[in-house]
Structure formats: C-alpha cells, structure tokens
Design a protein around this ligand. Structure first.
Ligand code: MN
Length: 194
C-alpha cells in the first residue's frame, strides 16, 4: 500500500541552472525527497488509520493517541519533508508566473519587494543548521517571515505557507559548499513567484 507518490518536477532537472545545478536537483528530488516519501509511506502502512487524514492536519494536530511517541517524531519529520519539498519545487522555475496579488501584499507589509528580500535573506542566512526559511500567512491574515529547524512546517503554528527556501546543505552543497549566502542570492533569480 503506497499512499503517496513522488510528484514530478514541473520542469527539467537542468531548468534552474546556473543557480541550482542539474546533479543537485537530481539527487535532491530522486534521493532526498524520495526518502522522505518512502519513510512516510512506511509509517502509513504501520498506522493505516491515518491514511485518510490530510498530512497538513496531521502536522497541525499530531495524533498522539494513535501513534506511539517514538514513531511520532519520525512520522512528523518525514511527512514534513515530503510536503516541504512538494511545495518548494512548485514556486521555482522558468514557467512559474508572478503572483501579483501576493507581491502587492508583500510590498504593503514590508515596504518594498527589496526590503522583503533583505529581511527574508537575513533570516535564511542566519538560520543555524538544517531547516527552511518561510513566508507565511498567520491565522489573522498577517504575513510573517521566520525559519524553522529540520523538516518542521508552518502547519504546526497554524500558518499557511506562501513561499519557502530549503536551507539543508543537500540543497546546495555540491555547487556552493559552505557558501549558503551565495546560494540564497542566486536562488532569488529562479523564484518567479514575486
Ligand atoms: Mn531538501
């Protein structure tokens, strides 16, 4: 029983070059993303009662009465890893269209697109260790920037993801080694959402 499957990238593996090279994209999608998915499906086989539940709901309100404590963390990390990557691929690429409404909201909230990029970049560069930088909408409708560790997701804060950046070394290490700031600077060139 495989409940979820790996979504295809909405563009070829080399479509994000030179910002993100083809080999990094292949490994990231076929190995890392696939591994989160495989682990997630393994957990769903163990807890078939959860198959019907939306993963976002699972992450918002972990089913502590159904899943034992040791599995819960593993389940959360892999469900998060699967969803985070699903979302990440879709905001990038040459065919992606600018979301004018979101761009307007970002300009209102942060003063300008440039200011938003400065603030988001600062959050991403200074995040310690593995994780993701996020632009989210909170339950009151406010836009917020923050980073989260590991494969945590905004769902746990009851927030809705709008934009994200993978800060794990597997996302950039082949090309950029320790130069996270350079990866982030180049990443803006393939983000077509704003
Ligand atoms: Mn990743």
């Amino acid at each position: 029983m495989n409940t979820y499957s790996l979504p295809n990238l909405p563009y070829p593996y080399d479509a994000l070059e030179p910002a993100i090279d083809r080999t990094t994209m292949e490994i990231h999608h076929q190995k890392h993303h696939q591994a989160y998915l495989n682990n997630l499906n393994t957990m769903l086989e163990k807890y078939p009662a959860l198959v019907e539940q939306k993963l976002e709901e699972f992450l918002r309100t972990p089913p502590t009465s159904v899943v034992n404590k040791a599995d819960l963390n593993f389940f959360k990390n892999n469900a998060g890893g699967f969803l985070n990557h699903n979302f990440f691929w879709t905001i990038l690429g040459p065919q992606k269209e600018i979301d004018e409404k979101l761009r307007g909201e970002v300009e209102n909230k942060f003063g300008s697109l440039t200011n938003f990029k400065i603030e988001f970049t600062k959050t991403a560069v200074s995040h310690f260790g593995s994780g993701w930088a996020w632009l989210v909408r909170d339950p009151q409708g406010e836009l917020k920037i923050y980073s989260l560790p590991n494969q945590d997701t905004p769902y746990q804060n009851d927030d809705t993801p709008l934009l994200t950046l993978d800060l794990w070394e597997h996302a950039y290490y082949l090309k950029y080694q320790n130069r996270r700031a350079e990866y982030i600077e180049n990443w803006w060139t393939i983000l077509k959402l704003l």
